[in-house]
Design a binder for this molecule. Structure first.
Ligand code: ADP
Ligand code: MG
Length: 537
């Protein structure tokens, strides 16, 4: 028999070993990431201060100073300190902020619902953080890019993403992806949006557009469409002050089963300013009141969750009803509170930070000792290291698997191109073909009642199989020095199982076409041989 086919089988075994390593490493990464996020806390509060604008009273000594985990505010001769999970100063970049949010976004693939909320007075940078500006995108676009990167590189293509955008304006819901003409006019279709809380704890929004997004470019253009539709009107505080909450939802589904894996909510909240300061009247005053009510309901819900209270008042606003299944147990929540550096906004800044303190409640009731903080930081650094190292190794393994797969593919193609019967399967194919032709002739002679007996292996094929077995075992022993007893011999039926499913779409389609039980990528290489055999029998 040809040496090349034995090599191929050993390569298949190599791939399986690599896949098995990939699986166990991915499980290790997942556990480390989970622990990491658990230690950091499932509801976290970040703070970001925006840089001075040219029109503002610029001061050398700021009334606010930002440290990694605290904000100090000087006001009327007294100093106030607010503890946060992470403080971002004026020089912080979009990358800096996203880096902290990134592990949470990634955890969506592990089944965690995610909620990132931008809170703060109008003009403090909420939209900048979430949407970003041209050439410097914010969290939403970075998160989408990450999700597509994860799907195509790290995870498998079985996941599908859908996107929705809605606005909570004066207590009513608007589907931002369904408004076709004028963004200020209420599309009749949006009136039928309703929030359904299931007994299982999940929330469904009926009537909301849930568009499948196939790639990052398409997602960006859909997101831009939704952004344009958002209602804005001007107040004294900011020319394009947002008078509504803008929510972007991405649902990760298991494409094969269609089951929801997780939901990601990215929320640009309406301005939290006190109504006195805006000088708002009429409609704008009502908008402000409505925003304040829902923000305070959000604060109540998060504080109740943090304090692990039995009753969580989700029902008090549309905003909290929508986010219900993405704030509670098993979810990862980040609230980024935004502040202005200006002395003129000091009272608003204190209000914002007081809100942050309330939301952070439990930990602030019992601040950690320096010793405990050190231990905690050390553990976080360790877990962070494990996660990053595992991610690096997973990348390398993936490249190795792809190389091995493509090498086998090339060999298979070369083999089919010259038609030379190199593998035992191909030899057998030729023999079966000969037997078939021979049997057909006999059948024609004997008539339709007599059936051919070509399914039973011939003596020579039995001998060949046993010879193949010996050579494979020899090669295995020389290459691995051990044992793994993969059953390539005696049977050519292919049943490859296991959850590993890198780039599995084509594999699954292939597997569905042939009726093989398969979950793994290696089948892609084996199938052509198998098909040839089945076509004969
Ligand atoms: P909000 O959404 O809270 O009302 P914006 O995001 O619209 O505030 O920010 C107000 C202005 O400040 C915008 O011109 C924005 O580009 C700018 N800005 C906000 N934060 C930053 C930042 N971190 N770096 C640079 N410019 C910022
Ligand atoms: Mg805004």
């Amino acid at each position: 028999m040809g040496e090349a086919s034995v090599e191929e089988m050993v390569e298949q075994e190599d791939i399986m070993a690599l896949q098995s390593r990939y699986q166990s490493l991915d499980a290790k990464r997942r556990v480390a990431l989970d622990k990491l996020l658990d230690i950091k806390g499932s509801i976290r509060v970040f703070s970001r201060i925006r840089p001075f604008k040219s029109a503002e009273n610029w001061r050398n000594s700021l009334p606010i100073s930002v440290e990694t985990d605290k904000i100090k505010v000087k006001s009327l001769g007294s100093k106030k300190e607010f503890i946060v999970d992470r403080g971002f100063d004026q020089n912080s970049t979009q990358e800096d902020v996203y880096k902290e949010v990134q592990p949470i976004i990634k955890s969506a693939f592990d089944g965690h619902n995610v909620c990132v909320l931008a809170y703060g007075q109008t003009g403090t940078g909420k939209t900048y953080t979430m949407e970003g500006v041209r050439g410097n995108p914010g969290i939403v676009l970075r998160a989408m890019e990450e999700l597509f990167r994860e799907i195509t590189q790290e995870k498998c293509e079985k996941y599908t993403l859908t996107m929705s955008m809605l606005e909570v304006y004066m207590g009513s819901l608007k589907d931002l992806l369904a408004l076709k003409q004028h963004p200020l006019r209420m599309d009749p279709a949006t009136k039928s949006i309703s929030i359904m809380a299931r007994t299982s704890g999940t929330v469904e929004i009926e009537g909301l557009t849930d568009a499948e997004i196939m790639n990052f470019k398409q997602a960006t253009s859909l997101y831009n469409k939704g952004r344009r539709a958002r209602v804005t009107s001007s107040t004294n505080v900011n020319e394009t002050s947002s008078r509504s909450h803008c929510l972007t939802r991405i649902i990760v589904r298991d494409g094969e089963k269609g089951k929801v894996v997780s939901k990601i909510w990215l929320v640009d909240l309406g301005g939290s300013e006190r109504l006195l300061k805006t000088g708002a009247l009429g409609q704008t005053l009502d908008e402000g009141k409505s925003i304040n009510l829902s923000l305070s309901a959000l604060g109540d819900v998060i504080a109740a969750l943090k304090q692990k209270k039995h009753h969580v008042p989700y029902r008090n606003s549309k905003l909290t009803q929508l986010l219900r299944d993405s704030l509670g147990e098993g979810s990862r929540v980040v609230m980024i509170v935004h502040t202005s550096p200006s002395e003129d906004d000091l009272l608003e800044t204190i209000c914002t930070l007081t809100f942050a303190k309330r939301v952070r409640s439990i930990e602030s009731n019992r601040e950690l000792s320096e010793e405990t903080k050190k231990i905690r930081q050390k553990r976080i650094a360790e877990l962070d290291h494990i996660t990053k190292e595992a991610e690096k190794e997973l990348q390398i393994l993936k490249v190795q698997i792809e190389k091995a797969e493509s090498s086998i593919r090339e060999k298979n193609q070369a083999q089919f191109a010259d038609g030379s019967p190199r593998s035992p399967l191909v030899l057998e194919h030729v023999e079966f073909a000969e037997i078939s032709q021979h049997a057909e002739k006999i059948m024609k002679k004997l008539g339709p009642k007599v059936k051919p007996h070509s399914m039973a292996p011939t003596e020579s094929s039995k001998q060949r199989q046993s010879a193949t077995g010996e050579s494979i075992q020899k090669l295995r022993n020389s290459k691995f020095g051990h044992k793994k007893n993969l059953n390539f011999l005696g049977s050519h039926s292919l049943s490859v199982t296991g959850p590993f499913n890198l780039k599995s779409k084509s594999v699954d389609q292939g597997a569905r076409r042939g009726s093989h039980s398969t979950n793994g990528p290696t089948v892609r290489n084996i199938l052509p041989q198998h098909r040839r055999r089945t076509s004969i029998c």
